[in-house]
Design a protein around this ligand. Structure first.
Ligand code: ZN
Length: 677
């Protein structure tokens, strides 16, 4: 599954959470307190600036802790906002530099800065004097956004446990430390337990690509080792014809870190449960869902059941197609095993939809794709992009300004090609949030696309999709940069909503009319609509099976946190849920919970990914009805969804745009309309 990363320092610091009224008016006046002009300066100056930011933050923090006299929005919330502004900006820059800067010295300073900020943030969030100061603020006559700011600030304090007795608070700190160690231990156990199967002949590699076979020649003993590491495991499960070997590797893969992590996960569940109860919640699931778009545990359970039910008819059809294909190989087969699905799906995509990846690639020249993304989003939102003359951290980085009605409303960097010591995936990094009359929003896109040596280099369609997806996060950040409180700027929405706008934008690379803005081959021909049609059909095959299997994961994730963990049997629970939700039954002697890191990382909220897909499909309904390039629809979308940042709850933003509450129906309709026959 694809879950791309959004680095939002304000969210990462836990300081963010609010929202302000939507606004698309342009910021005509910019008073940036520290423009990002020090990007090419020396390590010495970066270090000095970073230290100064810590000093400034600590001073504001101490002043607030000791504040005497009336506690008002002006005397408390304004300086608190200033503190968040400095810290989030400092954390953002440190996160970007740590991940991309070519200078080792600067990366080291950035790493240290991240640690210092985390330490300071922990002190702030557990400061009882600061909490008391905030609690004393009377915001009853203040505007809605100020009230929301105060309300979310107090909520975050309460969720840290700061209002508990000294004994309880001491225990909370102890639990937090233990949980950090346990979580790290869980991941380390998975990383370190690389398992393998041994084959004795290259014949057993039949079906795999030539370069894979060449990289797996028999050793001096005539043995071929295939490990559970992704570069070995993924192609093997997709292409290996040898069913017994695929099953053997699958079992090893699903048993990584078993049995050691059974106890680690159990300890994590027990300690998180204790933590949640100390802070005043029934269990950890209730604690985690409170600040999400789903809001509560029962909504998650209902969502999982509706999604699974909605996807079932399609999943059954797709399962029948897989089974029929399996029976051509093994006439006695009566069901499709979990270790067989990836292999069979790949066969069906190749045989039924005849997608020629090489031909598709010829339409995606890097330079044309980038310019096409600018053109597409300019046309949608009526904005312009122009070069920004500013220092950058590497010569390959390009800088741009986003211009609306003649005014610069945001700035960004594109760091799009691989180089040594650079972050290896694709992500949007915010560099600073936007605040009205104070500072403009700044973003950076960090990706690893072709095009470094020549803009004519070709991209995969999946990379084009990723580019537009990440660009969607960037636009969200830049369009939301006109906020009264810094914590509402940027992508400061609930974590289960944050992916929805970018997931919706992906539709534009699966539609022949809009895709042709980005897709042109060297002879100047745009991509043929028939080719796009078969690409869509191939992509959509297997969706029903995917959704039902995802709901098995989601049900496990909420299930093990929404119970008393002392009596929980992980095997029985997870195996039972697999048989209940997925079309692929549990394979005996496998223990996936020991290596499924999302049960620790997402805890009870694994449903996040599918939840935001559902919201994305719902948001898309207006574009579907009114036209994908309809400027009025796009302008409403920009106003009500993107521009609003975190100034309202995500459910309210969606309702403002759609004119009704969010709904599951468009997703269910899409599942049924596009099912393969
Ligand atoms: Zn994303």
């Amino acid at each position: 599954m694809k879950l791309s990363v959004v680095f939002s320092a304000s969210v990462a610091a836990g300081f963010a959470a609010m929202i302000s009224a939507c606004s698309t008016q342009s910021v005509s006046q910019e008073v940036s307190i520290a423009p990002i002009s020090e990007i090419e300066t020396s390590p010495e100056s970066y270090k000095a600036n970073a230290e100064q930011e810590l000093i400034n933050s600590s001073e504001i923090f101490q002043t607030l802790e000791l504040l005497d006299g009336p506690k008002t929005a002006e005397s408390v919330l304004v300086p608190l906002n200033e503190l968040e502004l400095i810290l989030s900006k400092s954390a953002s820059k440190a996160s970007l530099f740590y991940n991309v800067h070519p200078s080792q010295e600067i990366r080291d300073i950035a790493e240290n800065q991240q640690k210092e900020i985390t330490k300071l943030y922990n002190e702030i969030s557990l400061s009882r004097p600061l909490y008391e100061t905030c609690k004393a603020v009377d915001a009853s006559k203040a505007d809605t956004l100020t009230q929301r700011y105060l309300e979310h600030t107090l909520r975050d304090f309460r969720r840290s446990g700061v209002d508990q007795s000294d004994d309880v608070l001491a225990r909370i700190k102890e639990l937090n430390n233990e949980l950090t160690e346990l979580s790290q231990g869980f991941s380390m156990n998975v990383r370190q337990d690389v398992r393998s199967i041994t084959l004795t002949s290259t014949n057993e590699l039949a079906g795999l690509p030539e370069d894979y076979i060449a990289a797996h020649m028999p050793d001096e003993n005539g043995e071929i080792k295939i490990t559970t590491d992704y570069p070995d495991y993924i192609p093997f499960s997709r292409y290996a014809e040898n069913d017994a070997a695929r099953l053997a590797l699958y079992k090893e893969f699903k048993n990584r870190a078993y049995p050691v992590n059974e106890k680690v996960l159990k300890d994590i569940l027990i300690k998180r449960n204790e933590l949640a109860q100390l802070i005043g919640y029934k269990n950890y699931a209730e604690f985690v869902t409170e600040t999400k778009m789903v809001k509560d545990v029962s909504t998650v359970h209902k969502f999982i059941d509706e999604a699974a039910e909605g996807a079932l008819p399609r999943a059954e059809k797709e399962h029948a197609i897989l089974l029929a294909r399996l029976q051509q190989i093994d006439p006695a087969a009566t069901e499709v095993g979990d270790w067989q699905k990836t292999y069979l799906e790949q066969l069906i995509r190749k045989e039924r939809f005849k997608v020629d990846a090489k031909k598709i690639r010829s339409y995606f020249q890097f330079g044309h794709v980038r310019d096409g993304i600018f053109e597409l989003t300019s046309a949608l939102y009526g904005v312009e992009f122009r070069k920004w003359d500013t220092p950058v951290w590497d010569p390959a980085v390009k800088a741009y300004e986003l211009v609306d009605d003649g005014n610069v409303i945001g700035r960004f960097y594109l760091d799009l090609h691989p180089r040594d010591n650079k972050y290896k995936h694709a992500a949007h990094f915010d560099l600073q949030g936007g605040m009205t009359d104070r500072q403009l929003p700044v973003s950076a896109l960090v990706c690893n696309f072709p095009g470094k040596d020549s803009e004519d280099e070709l991209m995969e369609h999946a990379q084009v999709e990723t580019f537009l997806h990440e660009f969607g996060h960037l636009l969200h950040h830049l369009f939301s940069g006109n906020q009264e409180w810094i914590r509402f700027s940027g992508i400061a929405t609930e974590l289960d909503f944050v992916e929805a706008p970018s997931q919706m934008l992906e539709e534009w690379v699966w539609n022949a009319d809009t895709l042709k803005m980005l897709a042109m081959n060297k002879d100047g021909e745009t991509i043929p609509p028939d080719m796009v049609k078969s690409m869509v059909a191939a992509k959509e095959f297997g969706t029903g099976l995917f959704v039902t299997h995802q709901m098995f994961y989601a049900a496990t994730s909420i299930g093990i946190y929404d119970c008393d963990p002392a009596n929980l049997n992980l095997s029985t629970t997870m195996n039972g849920l697999q048989d209940q939700y997925s079309m692929f039954k549990h394979v005996p002697d496998t223990h996936m919970y020991a290596n499924f890191g999302h049960l620790v990382g997402y805890s009870a909220m694994y449903c996040t990914y599918m939840w935001s897909q559902v919201i994305a499909k719902d948001l898309y309904t207006r574009f579907d009805q009114e036209g994908m390039m309809n400027p009025k629809t796009a302008n409403d979308y920009r106003t009500y969804i993107l521009g609003a940042g975190g100034s309202k709850d995500a459910a309210d933003l969606v309702a403002d745009f759609l004119g009704r509450p969010y709904s599951f129906e468009p997703f269910a309709d899409w599942l049924n309309d596009t099912a393969a026959e």
